[in-house]
Design a protein around this ligand. Structure first.
Ligand code: CA
Length: 335
């Protein structure tokens, strides 16, 4: 089979990533549809460049119903001054822009989950085309990458900044240095349920320093979590030497997700009764939540038990649960 080179991305940028100063514009992706024959998806982007230094690529809205990232990044794009920057900052506050506008995790156009769409495809669906643009145009420009997440409508998290355990220990150490600088109340050594197709994996395989967050959830933001995002991104940029000023030091507790025992999944649907809240200490064997069958009265609830000691780091958010849903995530305190 011949390995044909990929065609160029159909996305064009109205900003020049190599020009000095602050530019606000769009990543424009042609999208022909019923209500706009020659229409496009126009993803807001800001680039700030000044002098010499590394490039940070900052993204929110990878999932469209997670809000701390977009809040912090729309704010940063509006307020950052070129003279405070050494190097370059590329800001895309809402990466899966169609999903962000719809307030949904995945795109309403193609149901594409951005974080399962990498490396993407220039001739694929809208979500795959956006992923391909990040894979082949934006990620190669970056030295450090911060991708904001929260729990979305169906999960709620302790507010934490995170990086992954990596085979490249130098890269791993640089990532955890930036996680510490971000200064969320909790800092996580993160394990993924399924790392295939993730933006995280694409960035790490390219040798980029990659950090991410989970800053709350339930499909909204709070004053506290939005504040953590705003302070955290500035801290990360200062620690990377890209933004002027000193890192605002904050207390953080380090957590680890040692293996798959940290996850508990529902084996039946029903009404969920949480027995612990986020941040509570849980012991191996404790019942974390009960799931009541709702077809009739008089039936005992299913008990979801912890498989390790730790703190409750994430929980199912809606009041009703379906078979297979993630009920809880535990993490071990490491310091
Ligand atoms: Ca997410």
């Amino acid at each position: 089979m011949l390995d044909r080179p990929l065609r160029p991305s159909p996305i064009s940028s109205t900003v020049d990533f190599s020009a000095a100063g602050v530019q606000h514009g769009f990543l424009r992706l042609p999208y022909s549809r019923d209500d706009s024959a020659w229409g496009s998806v126009t993803i807001p982007v800001t680039v700030v460049k000044n002098g010499e230094g590394p490039t940070a690529l900052l993204t929110g809205g990878n999932h469209g119903d997670e809000y701390e990232g977009p809040i912090a990044l729309f704010d940063l794009a509006r307020t950052v001054k070129a003279e405070d920057v050494s190097g370059r900052i590329i800001i895309v506050p809402a990466m899966n822009y169609p999903a962000f506008l719809a307030g949904t995790r995945t795109s309403p156009i193609d149901r594409g989950n951005m974080n399962r769409s990498f490396p993407g495809a220039p001739d694929g669906t809208v979500t795959q085309k956006i992923a391909d643009y990040f894979q082949r145009v934006l990620l190669p420009l970056a030295d450090v990458v911060l991708d904001f997440h929260s729990g979305g409508k169906t999960l709620d998290f302790l507010p934490f900044c995170a990086a992954h355990i990596l085979p490249d220990k130098v890269l791993e150490a640089r990532a955890f240095e930036l996680v510490g600088a971000f200064g969320a109340p909790w800092s996580m050594k993160m394990l993924e349920i399924d790392a295939v197709g993730m933006y995280d994996t694409a960035a790490e395989e390219m040798g980029k320093v990659f950090i991410t967050t989970e800053l709350g959830g339930g499909g909204t933001a709070t004053a506290k979590t939005a504040g953590i995002a705003r302070t955290g991104v500035a801290n990360m940029l200062k620690a990377a030497g890209i933004l002027k000023g000193a890192v605002v030091s904050t207390e953080t507790t380090w957590l680890d997700m040692p293996d798959g025992d940290c996850f508990s999944f529902a084996e039946d649907g029903g009404l969920i009764e949480p027995l612990y809240d986020l941040g509570d200490t849980v012991e191996n064997g404790d019942v974390v939540a009960r799931i009541y069958p709702v077809g009739r009265t008089g039936v005992a609830p299913l008990e979801v038990t912890a498989k390790m000691d730790g703190v409750l780091a994430a929980r199912h958010f809606p009041g009703l649960v379906k078979p297979g849903d993630c009920v809880s995530v535990l993490a071990a305190i490491v310091g």
